[in-house]
Design a protein around this ligand. Structure first.
Ligand code: MG
Length: 365
């Protein structure tokens, strides 16, 4: 590993003292704690774009997290960073997501507007710091500072002030480790590519429509026309595979160049450097921005997806209202809160799509 990678030697450690494991390094241990957590298992039944019951072949938050982890490890390895840390952050990065994807998060944020709001990155950190209860000595998973720093990808100033050390970079405008930056970019590579694939599988994005996106069209047009006529589906997969390869290759080569130019020599230098160092080249960033815009217009705002989103918002809003009025019906873990609204938000955000739906059906309809 390079001297600017995170290592056990330069780690800021855990909040509660624990003796070292003889078998695993600190970051492998963090990863194992995440994989064994109940929040991680629940990702299996949480929406990425398509709600879980739409079909078994679509991405869920769990498969998305595994894809992000695979991409992150690959980039981290090429850059000689800490692969274990990158894997850990990737597996945990969506733990705080509500049921029903962004629609669920927007609805819960609206419900919590007068009670401190709801941010999914902040919630992911809450899950690993407080909500998982598996240890006698402490609440949460007692992860290393570097894993927690990476999980907290974004944070409002208001919440950052409550978090001490791990929130201070949002106030001081410094940067997280390169491993955290890698996961952030791997997340965008994964969801842009897999949302195109899921959109195609759903029938919402047709080949004709996909060709409106120049990044896709340029690569698809390199394929042999006769092959594409014979098997459209395989040619679309081939195009997406090549797009992903281009993105990973670009960010890896460009970041090596930026790191070499920066002359950083330590994790301290990384945090204090004037900008982030894991970046696409400008031309690829423009292509990816256009891809995101294409997905927004043609997939996320498609009437079929919007209908799912509206249903989701209704379910979350009704459940929120119900539990605020019937606080005694929350499970035991959520009974001893000073702030009952936060208790309801923590309970609802931990629900899977189908649990939220069945609870809603049994209580409200
Ligand atoms: Mg993600």
């Amino acid at each position: 590993m390079k001297n600017y990678a995170v290592s056990e030697d330069n780690s800021l450690g855990r909040e509660f003292f624990e003796s070292k494991s003889p078998l695993r390094n600190d970051f492998q241990r963090d990863r194992d704690r995440i994989i064994h957590s109940s929040a991680f298992r629940r990702l299996m039944y949480k929406t990425q774009v398509f709600v879980n019951h739409e079909g078994d072949m679509f991405r869920t938050r769990l498969t998305h997290s595994l894809e992000v982890s695979q991409i992150s490890r690959g980039i981290a390895r090429s850059l000689q960073l800490n692969e274990d840390l990158a894997e850990t952050i990737a597996l945990a990065h969506d733990l705080g997501h509500t049921p029903f994807g962004h629609a669920g998060q927007d609805a819960l944020n609206k419900c919590m507007k007068n009670f401190g709001g709801f941010e999914h990155n902040f919630q992911s950190l809450r899950v690993v710091d407080h909500l998982e209860k598996r240890y006698l000595g402490f609440d949460g998973l007692n992860l290393t500072f570097e894993s927690r720093e990476g999980i907290l990808k974004h944070c409002s100033q208001k919440n950052a002030k409550l978090l001490g050390n791990v929130g201070s970079r949002f106030i001081k405008k410094t940067h997280p480790s390169l491993e955290a930056q890698v996961v952030d970019i791997a997340d965008s590579i994964a969801y842009n590519i897999h949302d195109i694939e899921d959109g195609y599988r759903s029938g919402i994005l047709t080949l004709d429509k996909l060709k409106d996106m120049s990044f896709f069209r340029e690569i698809f047009d390199e394929l042999k026309l006769s092959d594409c006529r014979k098997n459209e589906k395989i040619c679309i997969h081939e195009t997406l595979r090549r797009m992903m390869f281009i993105l990973i290759e670009d960010v890896t080569q460009n970041s090596i160049k930026l790191i070499n130019l920066s002359s950083i020599k330590s994790i301290h230098d990384v945090r204090g450097y004037k900008e982030e160092l894991i970046k696409f080249t400008k031309s690829i960033q423009i292509k990816l921005d256009k891809c995101r815009q294409f997905l927004k217009t043609n997939l996320y705002k498609h009437p079929r997806v919007e209908k799912m989103s509206n249903n989701a918002q209704e379910i979350i809003t009704n459940l929120f209202d119900y539990y605020c009025k019937n606080i005694h019906e929350l499970p035991d873990d959520f009974q001893n809160y000073d702030d009952q609204y936060r208790a309801v938000a923590d309970f609802l955000s931990g629900m899977t799509d189908r649990f939220a739906k069945s609870t809603h059906n049994s209580l409200i309809i």
